[in-house]
Design a protein around this ligand. Structure first.
Ligand code: ZN
Length: 247
């Protein structure tokens, strides 16, 4: 969340985070189309011989689709004056592994220059079956960072300043992501977190589903594409926060 807790700086119109303009970007491989919500197909009906398949009941392979973002897909998270124009943002629709041990399709908005970083990392996480609670655009929470975090929502772009600062957050550039923010809270130097449901996750290391600890493979996966972890900050720790180049 990058030094921004309860503040909703942007409140505009109605919620919309559905599918956007299906303009495929050539920038990303791995991309075919979205995986359906129920990808586990039943091999055959009664009376028929099931067709042999390499993995008839296994989860689908990772997929990611990168598309342009329409203005009305970001009714709360973007506005004129933001440091990155929405035309330079991309909607990434990708497969993630859920807390329910099932594959899901989630959406993130990031700057177009970092889509391959994000796809690379999330492909790895999916391969590890590393669980993510949910992944919706922050617009589903009217751009309210606090509400998105309280819902344990993983999200990236949000045009807002860093808390207590006139500078933009890295989220405003589409170059930061918050992952499982309940399990990985923002913790002040004195050890407190603004979210009641996150209190038991305020210390590291801690065990639990979707938790990021120092030295974890998740941290390393981001590090390999040049993204740094807020859990390594001194003083305040932002365990949910990864950003390109840090900060
Ligand atoms: Zn963050």
């Amino acid at each position: 969340m990058k030094r921004a807790a309860a503040m909703a700086f942007v409140v505009l119109a109605s919620v919309s985070c559905g599918a956007g303009e299906p303009v495929a970007s050539p920038a990303t491989s791995d991309s075919v189309h979205e995986t359906p919500e129920s990808p586990m197909s039943v091999p055959a009906s009664a009376g028929q011989k099931p067709t042999p398949a390499p993995s008839p009941t296994g989860p689908p392979p990772f997929s990611a689709n990168v598309s342009r973002v329409a203005r009305d897909q970001l009714p709360y998270s973007w506005r004129p004056g933001c440091p990155v124009h929405y035309r330079d943002l991309r909607l990434v629709t990708l497969t993630y592994w859920g807390f329910d041990d099932k594959p899901h399709t989630g959406q993130l908005v990031v700057r177009k220059t970092v889509t391959s970083d994000i796809v690379t990392v999330f492909k790895r996480l999916y391969g590890w079956r590393w669980p993510i609670k949910q992944m919706k655009l922050v617009d589903a929470y009217k751009g309210d960072d606090y509400d998105s975090i309280d819902a344990d929502n993983t999200s990236a772009f949000n045009c807002r300043p860093a808390t207590g600062s006139s500078n933009w957050s890295n989220h405003a550039y589409g170059e930061a992501i918050d992952i499982n923010p309940r399990e990985n809270p923002y913790v002040t130097a004195s050890g407190s977190t603004a979210h009641q449901n996150a209190k038991k996750f305020a210390k590291r290391p801690v065990s639990g589903k979707g938790v990021v600890n120092p030295g974890d493979k998740v941290v390393k996966a981001f590090s390999r594409v040049g993204w740094e972890w807020g859990g390594y900050w001194s003083g305040t720790k932002d365990y949910q926060h990864f950003s390109k180049g840090g900060g």
